[in-house]
Ligand binder design. Sequence first.
Ligand code: FES
Ligand code: FES
Length: 174
Amino acid sequence: MPISVNGSAVEPPQDPRVSLLDFLRERLQLHGTKKGCDQGACGACTVLADGERILSCLALAVQYDGHAVTTVEGLAMTGAGEAGVLHPLQQAFIDHDGFQCGYCTPGQICSAVGMAAEARRGVPSHVTADLSAEEIALSRDELRERMSGNLCRCGAHNGIVAAITEVYAAEAVR
Ligand code: FES
Ligand code: FES
């Protein structure tokens, strides 16, 4: 069964040892997804699998046989409905200077999309006061905690938080 990558059916690699990250970058030439640490510590390789954020450096490509993987390249299409139009969060990163070197940016954006979906489903974080709450407001503390797996080493965090806040803070308060 193929893997759906950004809506296109792709046969998984024959070698079961190939990470999803290497498969995306080396086989499919989707270089938006970045390899930072290659050991699950930086978040630069974050993509969405069936809408959930995952670290593609810690995943084997064959695991996603029959599943849908979305990278930062595919977000432009899913967010806007047509190719070539940026996802609202991609645009917000530009508007708020949410990057400097840009290396962590694709991971930050994919992670934030998955993070917002988690908040909408009422999944608590380490700083959520009421664990039984069905409604979780994406306060600054919630947002920073939920995005803490995505490191930015060149100081763009304020812009990153501003971009995510603009797109998701209001809608997550249900
Ligand atoms: S490259 Fe995957 S977490 Fe750093
Ligand atoms: S924008 Fe440079 S590491 Fe994040």
